[in-house]
Design a protein around this ligand. Structure first.
Ligand code: FEO
Length: 388
C-alpha cells in the first residue's frame, strides 16, 4: 500500500488477539503499522508485534525490492511495535537504529543490547536526511511511554505520530474512526493530557498532508478534525452534550431509579443520555463516555460499608486518568445505612474542576414517593430546559 509515491505501508492486521495490552477487548482486531520510506537512503519506521515477525519482514522485503535499509527508526519501545528490532538488525546487518536515548536504554532491557556500534541517538528537533526526505524528530514523552519520538517528514509533510491518532481495529474492517480512536486514546493516553497538549503545541502549524500512526488507518483529508478531537480529549474538554449514567444494581431497584432518571432527562430535551451497567459493559467504553460527555451520574449500592466493586473499579479508572472538568451527580441505595454517595464523592476528592449536583437521590431499598421526587429534582437540575 502506497501512502505517497515513496512512502509504503508494511504493517500487519491482528485478528487473533484476545486483549490488547492485556486489558482492552478489540472486537475488530488490531493493526500494527510500519512504514518504509524509499529515498537515496531507505528508512523503515518501527516494527510490529512479535507474533507477526515473518509477515512483517516479508512485507519489508517486498517494499524494498533490491534495496537495503540504511535506518530502522524506533519511535516507541512498547513491544507491539518494537518486538522485532533485534530480528530486523540480524536480517539487515548494515542498518543503523535511530531512536531516543531512553529508547536505547529500553532496548538493553528488552534485548540485552543497545546496538552500541550501530545506532544513532536523536533528540527533539534533530533531523535525518535520507536524500529528498528530511525527517525531523519531535520528542513526545508519555505519549505513550517516556522514550517516544514522533517524526515529521518535512518534504512529504507526513507526520509519523507513534501511538497518537491511533485506534483499535484492524485495517481490513471498516468502522467509524472517532469511536474506537476515543476509546483507545482515553484508555491508553488519557492520563497524559498535559503531555499531549505539549506535543500538539510543538507540532504547531506544521503543514500536514497525512498522519501515519502506529495503529489504525493513515489519516488524510480533513486532518483538522482529528487534531481538534485530540485537542478536546487532551484538554479534558466536553466533546458531546449529554449525560452519562453509570450504575450498578444488584436486584434491579437502583436500575429502576436510573431508568426513571434517563426517561425524565430525555423528556426534558437532553440530546443524549447514555446508560451503562458497569457490571456488564466494556469498562473502557464506559470510561470513554465519561470523558466524552459533560455530565456524569454515578448510581450504586452501599456494599460492605463502601460501594459495589464495579463502581469502585470505574471510579479508579476515571481518577487514574485525571478525570476532571465535569458535573457529577449521585444516586445511592442502601437498605439500612446508605453511604454510597459519600464514598463516591470521597473517591473523587482529588479530581480537579468537578462540580457536584445539589440533589442526591437516596433510595432505601426501592423507589418510593420521596426518592421519585428526588429523581425529578435531579433531572431538572441537570437539564433545566423544556420540562413537560
Ligand atoms: Fe501501541 Fe504504546 O504501544
Amino acid at each position: 500500500m502506497k501512502i505517497t509515491e515513496d512512502i509504503l505501508y508494511v504493517g500487519v492486521n491482528d485478528h487473533d488477539i484476545d486483549l490488547f495490552e492485556g486489558q482492552y477487548v478489540v472486537p475488530n482486531g488490531m493493526a500494527y503499522n510500519s512504514y518504509v520510506i524509499l529515498d537515496d537512503q531507505v528508512a523503515v519506521m518501527d516494527t510490529v508485534d512479535a507474533r507477526f515477525a515473518g509477515q512483517w519482514l516479508d512485507n519489508v522485503k517486498q517494499a524494498l525490492g533490491q534495496r537495503k535499509p540504511a535506518y530502522l527508526v524506533v519511535q516507541h519501545m512498547e513491544p507491539d511495535h518494537s518486538a522485532n528490532v533485534a530480528r530486523f538488525m540480524e536480517a539487515y546487518p548494515d542498518a543503523v537504529v535511530v531512536a531516543s536515548s531512553k529508547a536505547f536504554a529500553m532496548m538493553k532491557q528488552f534485548f540485552g543490547t543497545d546496538f552500541a556500534d550501530r545506532r544513532q541517538v536523536v533528540g527533539d528537533g534533530d533531523t535525518l536526511c535520507l536524500g529528498s526526505h528530511t525527517l525531523r524528530f519531535v520528542t513526545a514523552p508519555m505519549v505513550h511511554w517516556p522514550e517516544v519520538l514522533m517524526t515529521y517528514d518535512e518534504s512529504a509533510k507526513v507526520l509519523f505520530s507513534a501511538d497518537a491518532f491511533g485506534k483499535f481495529g484492524a485495517l481490513d474492517v471498516q468502522e467509524e474512526w472517532a469511536c474506537e480512536a476515543r476509546r483507545y486514546y482515553i484508555g491508553i493516553v488519557g492520563k497524559y493530557g498535559a503531555q499531549v497538549q505539549v506535543v500538539l503545541g510543538k507540532l504547531g502549524k506544521a503543514e500536514l498532508s497525512a498522519i501515519c500512526p502506529l495503529h489504525g488507518p493513515v489519516l488524510t483529508g480533513e486532518l483538522g478534525r482529528y487534531l481538534e478531537l485530540y485537542n478536546i480529549w487532551s484538554s479534558y474538554g466536553v466533546e458531546s452534550e449529554g449525560v452519562v449514567i453509570a450504575y450498578t444494581s444488584v436486584y434491579g431497584h437502583t436500575r429502576e431509579a436510573v431508568e426513571l432518571l434517563a426517561d425524565r432527562l430525555r423528556q426534558r430535551g437532553c440530546p443524549e443520555v447514555v446508560v451503562t451497567d458497569l457490571a456488564r459493559c466494556d469498562m473502557a467504553e464506559a470510561v470513554e463516555d465519561a470523558f466524552r460527555y459533560g455530565t456524569l451520574v454515578l448510581a450504586t449500592t452501599t456494599y460492605n460499608g463502601e460501594i459495589f466493586p464495579f463502581m469502585h473499579t470505574f471510579l479508579h479508572n476515571l481518577t487514574e486518568r485525571n478525570f476532571q472538568n465535569r458535573k457529577v451527580a449521585f444516586v445511592e441505595n442502601g437498605s439500612w445505612a446508605p453511604l454510597a454517595a459519600k464514598t463516591m464523592k470521597k473517591l473523587l476528592e482529588g479530581s480537579k474542576q468537578l462540580t457536584f449536583a445539589e440533589t442526591t437521590v437516596t433510595l432505601r431499598s426501592a423507589l418510593d414517593d420521596a426518592s421519585r421526587r428526588q429523581v425529578e429534582a435531579l433531572a431538572e437540575e441537570l437539564w433545566p430546559g423544556d420540562g413537560r
